[in-house]
Design a protein around this ligand. Structure first.
Ligand SMILES: [Zn+2]
Length: 157
């Protein structure tokens, strides 16, 4: 039997070696020394007692854990990191509304002579609806962008 395999086997089952292992141990000083070392380590590990934790240490650890848990629970969903980008983005809203209004005025001014009013109204409604959906989606994505940026920021060491 290979010494390395036998030593591994001893590490897993030190208590009752097989006759084959005993035979090898009788002729191999390395494996005999390894077995003695394993027996000593196991005896020391069983004899060693960990000192009991003091009440003061337990209380301190518990207080710190509760404080950490409390701060993570109390993070408000609408924090400054969210309101500032939202407020800045809202400055673009009047500009987008004015631009839409100018486009509609231009549309009616240029095409009023050639297209009937119901078609122009339909085009206007379609334009307003698509602009509203686009702006709404943009503003609805802001919290996700901010939270993604915060997550990336906290993950960077
Ligand atoms: Zn050996």
């Amino acid at each position: 039997m290979n010494c390395r395999i036998l030593q591994r086997r001893l590490e897993n089952d030190l208590g009752s070696p097989s006759p084959e292992v005993f035979e090898h141990l009788a002729g191999c000083p390395d494996c005999t020394a390894h077995r003695a070392l394993l027996k000593n380590l196991r005896a020391e590990a069983q004899a060693a007692e960990s000192p009991p934790l003091s009440r003061e240490l337990l209380a301190r650890v518990e207080n710190r854990a509760l404080a950490a848990l409390h701060t993570t629970e109390l993070r408000r969903p609408f924090r400054r990191e969210l309101w500032v980008p939202l407020a800045v983005a809202l400055f673009a809203l009047p500009i987008a509304m004015a631009q839409g209004w100018l486009w509609l005025q231009g549309l009616f001014l240029v095409l009023e002579a050639w297209l009937p009013i119901p078609i122009l109204t339909g085009i206007s409604i379609f334009y307003i609806a698509s602009l509203g959906l686009t702006l709404g989606a943009l503003y609805a994505l802001l919290p996700f962008a901010v939270s993604y940026a915060n997550r990336v920021e906290t993950e960077v060491p």
